[in-house]
Design a binder for this molecule. Structure first.
Ligand code: HEM
Length: 461
């Protein structure tokens, strides 16, 4: 008989299905407060051990990384992601990680800054003060464009279908659905039809990009050229299918999470005017009237703290899960092979022991003298250990640059009566988007008045 950690009372047959319930996040939080560092529940046939202590999380992601593999949801998403960096395991994963890492070196990432700022400016040229926009939809489109232009430079026309197909994929292939066995993918039901259709569109585009790049390989050093030129250990080139899996992975992993980090940040800033004010003071001090570049990022320390604090309260990846492949012993319990461990950023980032007044949005928690006291896994928006996000530095630079580029031009205001609800699926998405009203940044209005006055003057002359 296995001695199990404490946990919620199970319902007959189904056990507990918090993710299918009405309020999964408050439920998990309540259980964590009630049962402590580790709790257990069964969801249908899945045995779940939920870990709520930084040391236990470290023990899984670093100490026992060889005794776990990615969970069912990630394994099932091989259906559309194939065997790219996110979904592969063991030797195959390690080979890919070594191959792809150079595309994310500091110097290479700095070279992406201009693309990030230019594409943001381009988006802003279509924004008008006074209008209400779904900021989440805007951020999704922008970050997708950025990842495509930075990692797979192709003609704009090539990527037309990517945003809507990606959206359909993410909407229909997430959460509980991904727990069901692969056979359900062939069911003639609307969600599965939508996923199959989206994958077909994406495949079409991605294979076309591969064919074009194979026909005229250049030495631009972007991720796509690195992949096309790469050779496997036996000297053979990556097949079209391997390339396709890698590209699909980066398109997916490389945009939605950053878009969410930004979307939640706008939501929080609108609710916390004092923080917004402080951010603007930093922009004035560091940038004055000019656009940001990669060299400004180290000086934009408050902006970075805002993003970090936003990812504490609204972590785009709200949980990580692993399936145990060899028995683990932790917290005084045996976690048997075949069981699942879940480590949730949403829960851990709200632990009052590490984050006093956890619900308060306070970017100054991230001042170095306070932040360095935290245990490694009290805060882990990018995961940790060998499988840590390869795009973490890319994402941080992108989030800061997009944030300040928009903030120089507009302040984003919540729309009265609209409630914004986080939904824990594959990622932490806002249920009905984030509608926000645009207000011209006063300095920007002043700038427009100056340029209007200059135009009038030149007309008169
Ligand atoms: C704020 C933005 C982002 C967040 C919060 C985030 C979060 C994460 C997390 C938590 C993991 C680890 C998953 C696990 O251990 O199961 C991960 C892995 C990964 N991320 Fe990110 N990510 C972000 C941006 C990006 C970007 C911009 C890229 C690419 C340009 C990217 C590409 C990847 C890839 C390929 C992996 C798999 C790495 C591996 O297994 O070796 N991510 N990400």
């Amino acid at each position: 008989m296995i001695r199990r950690p404490p946990g919620p009372k199970p319902h007959l047959v189904i056990g507990n299905m918090p993710l299918a319930g009405r309020a999964p996040l408050p439920t998990f939080l309540r259980w964590a407060r009630q049962f402590g560092d580790i709790f257990y529940y069964r969801a249908l046939w899945l045995h779940v051990y939920f870990l709520n202590h930084p040391d236990l999380i470290e023990a899984v992601l670093i100490g026992n990384a060889r005794s776990v593999q990615k969970d069912h949801v990630v394994r099932n998403s091989r259906w559309f992601l194939g065997e790219g960096l996110l979904t592969s395991e063991g030797e195959s994963w390690l080979r890919q990680r070594r191959l792809l890492q150079p595309a994310f070196h500091r110097a290479r990432i700095a070279s992406y800054a201009k693309i990030m700022v230019d594409l943001t400016e381009h988006m802003l040229s279509g924004w008008r003060a006074g209008e209400v926009r779904d900021i989440h939809a805007d951020m999704m489109q922008l970050t997708l464009r950025i990842v495509v232009r930075c990692l797979f430079p192709v003609e704009a026309g090539e990527i037309e279908k990517i945003p809507s197909a990606m959206n359909a994929l993410m909407r229909n292939a997430s959460g509980v659905r991904m727990l069901f066995p692969p056979v359900t993918r062939y069911l003639p039901i609307p969600t599965m039809i939508a996923v199959r259709e989206a994958v077909r569109h994406l495949d079409e585009t991605v294979y076309r990009i591969i064919a074009e790049r194979r026909a005229s390989p250049d030495c631009a050093g972007d991720l796509l050229s690195t992949l096309v030129r790469a050779r496997d250990e036996d000297g053979s080139r990556l097949t079209d299918r391997q390339l396709r899996d890698e590209i699909m992975t980066f398109l997916l992993a490389g945009h939605e999470t950053t878009a969410l980090a930004l979307s939640w940040t706008w939501h929080l800033l609108a609710e916390h005017r004092a923080v917004e004010e402080k951010l603007h003071r930093e922009l004035g001090r560091v940038l004055g009237n000019r656009a940001a570049g990669s060299a400004d990022v180290p000086a934009l320390t408050y902006s970075e703290r805002v993003i970090k604090e936003s990812m504490r309260l609204y972590p785009p990846a709200w949980s990580l899960a692993r399936t145990v492949t060899a028995d683990l012993y932790m917290g005084g319990y045996r976690i048997p092979a075949g069981a699942n461990v879940v480590m949730s950023q949403w829960i851990m980032h709200r632990h009052p022991r590490y984050f006093p007044e956890p619900e308060t949005f306070d970017p100054d928690r991230w001042l170095p003298q306070q932040a360095e006291k935290l245990p490694r896994f009290a805060y882990f928006p990018f995961g940790g250990g060998g499988r840590q996000c390869i795009g973490a530095s890319f994402a941080m630079m992108e989030a800061v640059l997009v944030l300040v580029t928009i903030a120089r031009r507009f302040r984003l205001r919540s729309v009265p009566g609209e409630t914004v609800v986080p939904v824990p699926g594959f990622t932490l998405r806002p249920k009905h988007g984030i509608p926000m009203r645009l207000e011209a940044e006063p300095a920007e209005e002043l700038g427009n008045l100056h340029s209007l006055a200059a135009e009038n003057l030149s007309e008169q002359l």
